[in-house]
Write a protein that binds this ligand. Structure first.
Ligand code: F0G
Length: 429
């Protein structure tokens, strides 16, 4: 049986559950980890196997998640549902290296996934497992990207999907996707944290499969960011991987993937993990700075709506990774996020505000001497620039409250005459 190849284990009390079960928490309330029995796998795979698969036309091999299937989740290949995801570009940007004070900066653009964010990597695994389990409905609470991803995957494989979002607090690109892909979209008059709490209850009440990152299979898929990144780097280990933190699933996943590669003997050291939070939604930053358990932030606020989260579900998993790698947590203001975003966008790469928090955080960490200027740093850009058009247009039109648009590129209007157009082009109109 396939599921003998892994179990679900409680992070808090160590209780072990069978690998294939509709279960999202331990009976004690703790979150669950997939613990693999890699030694039971029939075939050993290594970096050369993964490189060979790059030249294959097999559906699994073409996905930047399932190419690493033995390390992700060894389910029956016929049950895999993939769009396919991953294989995102790693950009080296001179202007952004200069902006952050580094000699070199690489940016892994997860916004290049099928629905425009890294969530697709976790979703392909969660939806595939949902199919194995015979589930026909899925649900999530979301700040937007998870819902966009879930809606697309669920529709394509004929499942019903329910989205719970904080009303008025998600970016338009993401709301558009949930509606367009046909999810039943429920706007809660409350925060993401309230929606998260409710969706757990709803899924317990009805037979609906929860695909938030509390679902341990989401984390298994998101580990592939680390595998795909290392493959981009020809299996060299960077000094740092820096990414934004919200519900804290992604940072947990990247650490877990790397720790497993080390346990398997494929790599000998781990990069340090830097998690960046927005100042107004910084519960992990506070917990890390004070070495105390996480205290939720009651009314989180930030322009980076993707990470407007006060009570992150995966904080323990995330801190485990930060501690094990000698990592850090940084916080950045909305002004710093939007300054960084203007530079990321202006460099022709582009990303949504939350993603750019990572770049703003790197700049601060270099300034503080935590990251050395010559260290090899990879930032994870988590979402596409078009996810949040209001933030872009509002910034360049100087319409964002409390933000000084230091790098504004406002549109200019002119009469429909040649003289006026030429004047507008020269900036003299
Ligand atoms: N960046 C983007 C673009 C996101 O959408 C999210 C999370 C994060 C960063 C933070 O990742 O939660 O794993 O720490 N978005 C979730 C959602 C919460 O519902 O789309 P995390």
């Amino acid at each position: 049986m396939t599921h003998a190849l892994w179990n679900l284990v409680c992070l808090d009390c160590g209780t072990v559950y069978p690998g294939l079960a509709v279960r999202f928490r331990c009976d004690c309330g703790g979150t669950l980890d997939v613990v693999h029995a890699f030694e039971r796998h029939p075939a050993r795979v290594d970096f050369a196997t993964m490189d060979q698969r790059l030249g294959s036309f097999g559906a699994g091999d073409r996905s930047g998640v399932w190419r690493f299937r033995e390390w992700v989740l060894p389910i029956d290949p016929d049950r895999i549902f993939t769009k396919p995801e991953g294989n995102t570009n790693l950009y080296d940007s001179r202007p952004l290296a200069e902006f952050t004070g580094l000699e070199r900066l690489s940016l892994k653009h997860e916004g290049e996934n099928p629905t425009g964010s890294f969530k697709d990597r976790g979703m392909t695994v969660a939806i595939s497992v949902a199919r194995v389990l015979g589930m026909t409905s899925v649900a999530c609470a979301s700040t937007g990207n998870t819902s966009a991803s879930m809606a697309a995957y669920a529709s394509e494989c004929g499942m019903k999907s329910f989205v719970f979002i904080p009303e008025g607090k998600i970016a338009y690109g993401k709301l558009s996707q949930a509606l367009a892909y046909g999810a039943r979209t429920i706007q809660i008059r409350g925060s993401f944290d309230a929606a998260m709490h409710l969706v757990e209850e709803v899924c317990r009440e009805r037979s609906i499969y929860l695909v938030n990152s509390i679902n341990p299979f989401r984390i298994e898929g998101q580990k592939s960011i680390a595998f795909d990144l290392l493959q981009n780097l020809r299996w060299q280990i960077p000094d740092w991987i820096v990414l934004p933190g919200g519900n804290l699933g992604n940072s947990s996943a990247i650490y877990k993937g790397l720790a497993e590669l080390r346990a398997l003997g494929h790599i000998s050291k781990l990069p340090r993990i830097g998690v960046v939070q927005a100042e107004g939604a910084n519960p992990l930053y506070r917990a890390f700075a004070s070495s105390t358990p996480l205290e939720p932030v009651c009314e989180p606020h930030t322009i980076a709506t993707a990470i407007r989260i006060g009570s992150p579900v995966s904080w323990k998993k995330c801190l485990r990774g930060i501690r094990a790698t000698g990592g850090v947590v940084e916080q950045v203001s909305d002004q710093e996020i939007m300054d960084a975003k203007a530079r990321v966008d202006g460099a022709g790469i582009g990303a949504e505000p939350a993603s750019c928090a990572a770049v703003a955080g790197i700049r601060k960490l270099v300034e503080r001497g935590v990251i050395g200027r010559s260290e090899r740093v990879c930032a994870i850009l988590t979402g596409h620039v078009l996810k949040d058009p209001d933030a872009v247009v509002g910034y360049h039109r100087s319409e964002l409250e409390g933000i000084v648009p230091r790098f504004a590129n406002p549109p200019v209007s002119c009469e429909a005459t040649l003289a006026a157009v030429l004047g507008a082009m020269d900036g003299t109109a």
